[in-house]
Design a protein around this ligand. Structure first.
Ligand SMILES: [Zn+2]
Length: 91
């Protein structure tokens, strides 16, 4: 799939995008750690691959501390893949 399909955003050095696995969260990574190349978002390449242990749950109501178990469940990820020339490839 294309990165552009995952509603990518580049905010304060963090690359955020919807989870490619369809989990109810967004993945957020510090872009500089992946030696970004190419124009964001259409031609972005990150090296090496990204392994996302967790994401930022889309449901803000889980962030209040009283929903920690639900927050943790919604955050759990495990996506591993590449972003190459704007293409997202799950491995
Ligand atoms: Zn995920």
């Amino acid at each position: 799939m294309r990165l552009t399909e995952l509603h990518p955003a580049l905010l304060d050095g963090f690359l955020e995008f919807d989870c490619p696995l369809g989990h109810p969260h967004r993945i957020s990574i510090r872009a500089e750690k992946w030696a970004p190349r190419g124009d964001f978002p259409d031609a972005l390449t990150l090296t090496p691959s990204v392994l996302a242990y967790d994401g930022v749950p889309n449901d803000d109501s889980l962030s209040d501390g009283q929903h920690k178990a639900e927050y943790d469940a919604a955050a759990k990820c495990g996506w591993h893949g590449f972003i190459e020339n704007g293409e997202v490839r799950t491995v």
